[in-house]
Structures are given as C-alpha cells and as structure tokens.
Design a protein around this ligand. Structure first.
Ligand code: HEC
Ligand code: HEC
Ligand code: HEC
Length: 284
C-alpha cells in the first residue's frame, strides 16, 4: 500500500539525520483530511468516527471466531457487517475512498478454508494499519484533545467566558506577589494577594465542570491538599515568617498548578499548534 511505502521512504531519508549529532531535529505529522472533523464532537453529537472504528474491530474479531468455529451462516452475516462498516470509511471521509481494499470482500466470501480467509483478513488488517500509522495520532491530537482557549463558568443565570492565558497570567502574578511582598516584609500586601489568589482559584474550580461531570478531578487538584497548604501559608503570613510562606506557597504551586499543568497543558498546546497549522494551510 502506498502509505506504507511513503512511511518507509521517509524513515530511510530521516534516519541519517537522526544519527548526526547536533543537528536540529524535527518530525512531521500528517493531519487527516478536514472532512473527518464533522464526525467528532462538538461538530457532531457523537464521536461517530470512533464508534465506527470500534465496530470494525468487533466485526474483524467475529469473522475470525466464526470462521474458526465453522459457523457459515453467522460468518456470512458478520462479513456483510464488516464490509458495510469498512465501506462507511469512504462514505464518511471521501478523501479516503481510494485507500480502501474493497476487492478483498468477494474473495473472503469465496474463501475455501479458514486458513485462506485468515490470510485475506490479514491483508485487510494491513490496510487498517497503514492508515493508522499515518493518521491516527494526528486525528487524536486534532479532534480529541480538550480546548483550553477560554475558561467557561456556567452559573444558573449565565455562561461567563474569559481567555485562558489571561486567567493564568493573573494567577502567576498573584503567586509571585505573595512571594515578593512577604520576602520584603510587606505583610498587608502579601495578605491581600493571597486573598485574591484564593478567590481566583475558587473561580477556576467552577470551570472544571465544563469538561468533568464528576467532582473527583477538582478535589484532586484543588481539594483538601491544596487548601491545607494555603492555610499553612496564611499562618506563615500571620506570624510574619517568610520561610514558612515560601515553603507552603511552593507546596501549593506543586499540588495545584504543576499537577494540573502536567495533565492538561501538553494537550492544550498540541491542539493549538494543530489548529494554527490547519488555519494556515486552509485558504478560506
Ligand atoms: C483510511 C483510514 C483508516 C482505515 C482504513 C481504518 N482506520 Fe481505524 N482509525 C483511523 C483513525 C484516523 C483512527 C483514530 C481515531 C481516534 O482515535 O480518534 C482510528 C482508530 C482505530 C481504532 C482505535 C480506537 C481506540 O481509540 O481504541 C480501532 C480499534 C480501529 N481504528 C480499527 C480499525 C480496523 C479494524 C480497521 C480495518 C478493518 C480500520 N480501523 C481501518 C483511520 C482508519
Ligand atoms: C477543556 C476541558 C477540560 C477542562 C476545562 C478541565 N479538564 Fe481536567 N481533563 C480533561 C481531559 C480531556 C482529561 C483526560 C481524560 C479524562 O480524565 O477525562 C482530564 C483529566 C484530568 C485529571 C486526571 C484524571 C482524573 O479524572 O483524575 C484531573 C485530576 C483533572 N483533569 C483535573 C481538572 C481540574 C481540577 C480542572 C479545573 C480546574 C479541569 N481538570 C478542567 C479536560 C479538561
Ligand atoms: C485546569 C487546571 C489548571 C490549574 C489548576 C492551573 N493551570 Fe495554569 N494552565 C492550565 C492550562 C491548560 C494552560 C495552557 C493554556 C494555554 O496554553 O492556552 C495553563 C497555562 C498557564 C500559564 C501560561 C499562560 C500563557 O500565557 O501561556 C501560566 C503562567 C500558568 N498556567 C500559571 C498557573 C498558576 C500559577 C497556577 C496555580 C496558582 C495555575 N496555572 C493553575 C491549566 C491549569
């Protein structure tokens, strides 16, 4: 299949570049055709594409099992289903129509033995793998990564939206203000910044629900551990002890900020990168 060849060729050409030390290294990622996007949420109500893929995997397994069990009627039904689902790839994404190996289906139906059917099925599986090797990661990154462009807080009356990077900039400013003011003995200013930080974190906590229906993720990042660090930090301010303030400010930054970043930030940034690439390559 031509995909596999392209992959192999690029591998051969790139390999020497990887080996020579000190040179700038890049990798390329093929983005799937834009028409794939309509089969994912939020453009669609369901993740249609993903469910088609789950069906295909199930169809493949059923065909193997009924072939081994020698149940011709069930085998025929599942082969029909497999063909219908496989054809659907080209119906959903017309650009992929030519990649399909449809000629394998009449051959599979005529196969004289489980071994022959197995051989044809492995050929079909290679067409699945060829496409996966080229596009799977690109599809996951483009259509299944969370969108962190705006902070969304839904209250009973309204939906408030604010740019994510601005919200974050304000948090880091407040964290640093607590640190600077306490180091220089400006205790009232440090206390004020801490209060504002707590309010902002509370607001940020309200935005988790845009993606998380349960409370557990919020508790993990903004729950008791973070609250305990903030309480000790407030004690340090009360006692005018900048060492304690620094220590618990650090603990808070690790339990809340750093942990949340470790989970969400690489995904947020990859998505932004791919969206930009798509906009640049798509003269509208
Ligand atoms: C022309 C492209 C193409 C072909 C052909 C194709 N797929 Fe896929 N498949 C994809 C893409 C793109 C993804 C990534 C979707 C995602 O994760 O959002 C994928 C993902 C999958 C997944 C992973 C779902 C998961 O997250 O666990 C399975 C299973 C799968 N495909 C099965 C199959 C089977 C079986 C076949 C062949 C009978 C097949 N696919 C043929 C494009 C293709
Ligand atoms: C734009 C969508 C989005 C927002 C908003 C969001 N998350 Fe997540 N989060 C995800 C995705 C996607 C995952 C990975 C899959 C999953 O676990 O749902 C994840 C995973 C997590 C995990 C690890 C898995 C788990 O369930 O324990 C934690 C913890 C978490 N998020 C905490 C938070 C907190 C706290 C907030 C709010 C301050 C938040 N998230 C806001 C999308 C989001
Ligand atoms: C949802 C969990 C979450 C929590 C909790 C969180 N952040 Fe962030 N933060 C993010 C995400 C996601 C991004 C990436 C946003 C983007 O790239 O647009 C980010 C980006 C940032 C940035 C870079 C902003 C920019 O201009 O690109 C800074 C600075 C930052 N966060 C500081 C903090 C600080 C300080 C805290 C703790 C007081 C914190 N964040 C808590 C999720 C979180």
């Amino acid at each position: 299949m031509k995909h596999s060849w392209r992959w192999l060729l690029s591998f051969l050409f790139l390999a020497p570049a990887w080996l020579s030390a000190g040179e700038e290294r890049t990798f390329t990622l093929d983005l799937p055709p834009a028409s794939l996007g309509q089969w994912y949420r939020p453009a669609n109500k369901h993740d249609v594409w993903l469910h088609l893929m789950f069906s295909l995997r199930r169809d493949m397994q059923a065909v193997s099992e009924y072939s081994a069990l020698e149940k011709p009627e069930l085998l025929r039904q599942w082969l029909d289903r497999l063909e219908k689902d496989y054809r659907r790839i080209g119906e959903l994404v017309p650009e992929w129509q030519d990649e399909l190996e449809l000629e394998l289906f009449p051959k599979m139906r005529k196969a004289g033995s489980p071994e022959e059917l197995g051989r044809l099925q492995r050929k079909l599986a290679r067409s699945c793998e060829g496409c996966h090797r080229e596009y799977r990661l690109g599809a996951v990154l483009r259509y299944r990564t969370p969108d962190f462009s705006v902070v969304k807080v839904e209250s009973s009356e309204s939906l408030e939206e604010e740019k994510y990077d601005r919200v974050m900039q304000r948090l880091v400013t407040l964290v640093n203000r607590v640190k600077i003011a306490s180091a220089d003995g400006r205790w009232p200013a440090a206390g004020e910044a801490l209060e504002q930080l707590q309010v902002r974190m509370e607001d940020l906590g309200e935005s988790c629900a845009a993606c998380h229906k349960d409370e557990a993720p919020r508790e993990r990042i903004l729950g008791e551990a973070a609250q305990a660090a903030l309480r000790k930090l407030a004690d340090g301010l009360e006692q005018k002890d900048s060492g304690t303030v620094g220590r618990y400010l650090g603990e808070f930054a690790v339990t809340s900020c750093a942990r949340c970043h470790a989970i969400h930030r690489p995904l947020a940034q990859l998505r932004q990168l791919l969206e930009k690439t798509e906009e640049a390559g798509d003269p509208k």
